[in-house]
Ligand binder design. Structure first.
Ligand code: GLC
Length: 606
């Protein structure tokens, strides 16, 4: 018999309606259920018609963290899905938030906090193109990116996932969606768009107001009037939807005390009706459980209030029997009507048909070559160069320290972040929280410095220099690289924002004894005012990722600085929140600030 939904020559909406009309309640509920890789080892995808599987941060295949192991994992799950009565393909999702960051050997791009400083939508689009290829290299067609939060308080542990405090900067950089998904030929009118199997479905997150919580407390309450919510936090969604973003993830946060995961006005009335979003809306990880406090206290209410609010797919991710049974009972009991279920399944199927998942459900193993390719590493190196911000260059006018000389006789390289790939990548790298040391492939800042200087230049590396050490070396100058350890989400919430660990003593011990450039590796501005006088030069490097050579390219003058602050650099945390445009605005370095050397390729300065 002829099954219209299987015919790619039919238009998407006809295929959706044909398939929907054939589905049982169990098959519809299955499509709305996203489970974690860790609970997918049995035949649950087949038996319960599961529509989506995800890897949480660090959730890699049992068989290993290689392209092939990923391809085998995704294909096994996909073949389970294809073996069901209607053969609806499952969609595998993962957080590729600065490159394909869970996968060993993938190119790790600068986190968004650094990309915001580039003010370069084309660069960010090219990063999207590269990321899509590396994600497809593992057989995955869907990413939980970009985070388009407007971070209004750097005390938020996820501020580095936000491009900027400025809505305009965030909105301009939603162009990454055009790289990830491809560029729609004409207006999408809110419909999901994925050009072909070299692209991936994207996810604008977290709707809405995730970056505006009180004191930057993660998953907390965003207290603001509707106009402020729209102007500051919702505006980037207008552009994301206009660019055809396929999915939107709901924020853990509340708006004026109302949980976003249960907010029918914002999810259905505003996002789906007013903004005309036609893709699917997905919850965050256990996002519906956290509607109640304590989380999970009333899971039936969690299901009922989130689905009736307009959420379409639920990132359960582990207790799927409770979710499936709960949702089924609520529909059978009339608490959730079938029209709502059909809207959710329509949206999920629309994305799957629009992106060609029915035609190409399995991994294309020819893409393996893109994982961590030299071309992508070169792009990441360019992004690092353009993300750096020069905040101080010389203690006296006319006596800049940068550009540094490549032919200096002796250079001290000091600090906890000089030779640590994991630290320069930050959170969401190989594991959820990220880690120290050589966690993947890449170039540390120290490696890069060694590669940049002349053969006769002696490099003395000392991660934790004691008083007297720097002076004893008789070096021309020192490069001090310090900053924050890796963190993600709530683990990054921080009310004091001081340079942690040995950073401050390292700055004082080295810069007090020899001319120094301090490079700060951090997810946000930190308290530096007290230490600025002792520094000869100061550069914000943010979280540059795997390609540390982007740093040496600039500090030794092969390229000039182009980065400018996308976040206000405060003097003290007592001033926070403090954002560009505020009445009271007394920053150490204002939004938009950034110096140039003006004389790249000259070694006259030292
Ligand atoms: C996390 C984050 C979200 C991520 C999801 C899946 O808790 O809030 O940004 O996409 O869970 O890892």
């Amino acid at each position: 018999s002829y099954d219209l939904y299987k015919d790619p020559s039919q238009d998407v909406e006809a295929r959706v309606q044909d398939l929907l009309s054939r589905m049982t309640l169990a098959e519809k509920v299955g499509q709305m259920t996203q489970i974690e890789r860790g609970v997918s080892n049995n035949s649950v995808v087949k038996d319960l018609f599961i529509g989506s599987v995800l890897s949480g941060g660090g959730s890699v295949p049992d068989a290993g963290n290689t392209a092939e192991a990923w391809q085998d994992l995704v294909d096994r799950l996909q073949n389970d899905a294809l073996s069901t009565r209607l053969g609806i393909p499952m969609i595998y999702g993962i957080d590729a938030v600065h490159g394909h960051n869970n996968v060993f050997g993938a190119t790790i791009f600068p986190h968004n906090v650094g990309l915001g400083c580039t003010r370069d939508p084309d660069l960010v689009k090219r990063i999207g193109v590269a990321t899509a290829l590396e994600v497809r290299a593992t057989g995955i067609p869907y990413v939980f990116a970009p985070c388009i939060a407007t971070c209004r308080d750097p005390r938020w542990g996820r501020c580095y996932e936000s491009y900027s405090e400025s809505t305009e900067v965030v909105t301009s950089l939603t162009d990454i969606i055009l790289g990830l998904q491809g560029e729609p030929a004409n207006k999408t009118a809110g419909f999901p768009f994925v050009a072909d199997s070299s692209k991936v479905a994207a996810c604008a997150k977290h709707f809405v107001g995730d970056g505006g919580t009180t004191n930057g407390i993660n998953e907390n309450n965003t207290v603001i009037d509707y106009k402020g919510l729209v102007d500051i936090h919702m505006a980037p969604y207008f552009d994301s939807i206009a660019k055809g973003v396929s999915t939107v993830m709901i924020s853990y946060t509340s708006w004026n005390g109302m949980k976003m995961h249960a907010n029918k006005f914002l999810v259905t009335q505003v996002l789906k009706y007013n903004l005309k979003f036609k893709g699917f809306v997905i919850s965050d990880w256990e996002g519906i459980d956290r509607i109640t406090s304590p989380a999970g206290a009333n899971y039936t209410f969690s299901i009922e209030s989130s689905i009736n609010a307009g959420l379409d797919m639920i990132m359960v991710p582990n207790n799927y029997p409770q979710f499936i049974n709960g949702l089924t009972d609520l529909v059978k009991g009339g608490y959730i009507n079938m029209h709502r279920i059909d809207d959710a399944v329509t949206r999920i199927l629309r994305v799957k048909f629009a992106m060609g998942l029915f035609e190409k459900p399995l991994a294309d193993r020819s893409y393996s070559k893109h994982l961590g390719s030299e071309e992508h590493r070169s792009l990441a190196r360019e992004a690092v160069r353009k993300s750096l911000v020069l905040l101080k260059n010389g203690k006296e006018a006319g006596k800049p320290l940068l550009p540094l000389s490549k032919t200096a006789a002796k250079i001290i390289v000091a600090g906890s972040h000089a030779n640590d790939l994991g630290r320069q990548c930050g959170g969401w790298t190989i594991t959820w929280q990220g880690g120290n040391g050589t966690t993947t492939k890449g170039t540390t800042i120290l490696d890069a410095i060694k590669g940049a200087v002349s053969p006769t230049t002696q490099i003395v590396y000392e991660p934790y220099p004691q008083p007297g050490f720097a002076q004893s070396q008789g070096a021309d100058f020192a490069i001090v690289v310090v900053g924050e350890p890796p963190y993600a989400e709530t683990f990054g919430d921080n009310l004091n924002l001081t340079i942690p660990e040995a950073g401050i003593p390292t700055i004082q011990n080295v810069c007090g004894e020899v001319r120094c450039l301090v490079i700060l590796v951090s997810g946000r501005p930190l308290v530096v005012e007290p230490y600025l006088p002792v520094m000869d030069a100061f550069v914000a490097a943010w979280l540059p990722g795997s390609e540390g050579a982007g740093v040496s390219d600039v500090i030794f003058g092969d390229y000039d600085f182009v980065g400018t602050l996308a976040r206000t650099w405060f003097k003290s945390v007592d001033q926070l929140p403090m954002n560009v445009g505020d009445e009271k605005y007394d920053p150490l370095f204002p939004f938009g600030y950034g110096l140039k050397m003006g004389t790249p390729n000259s070694s006259k300065n030292c």
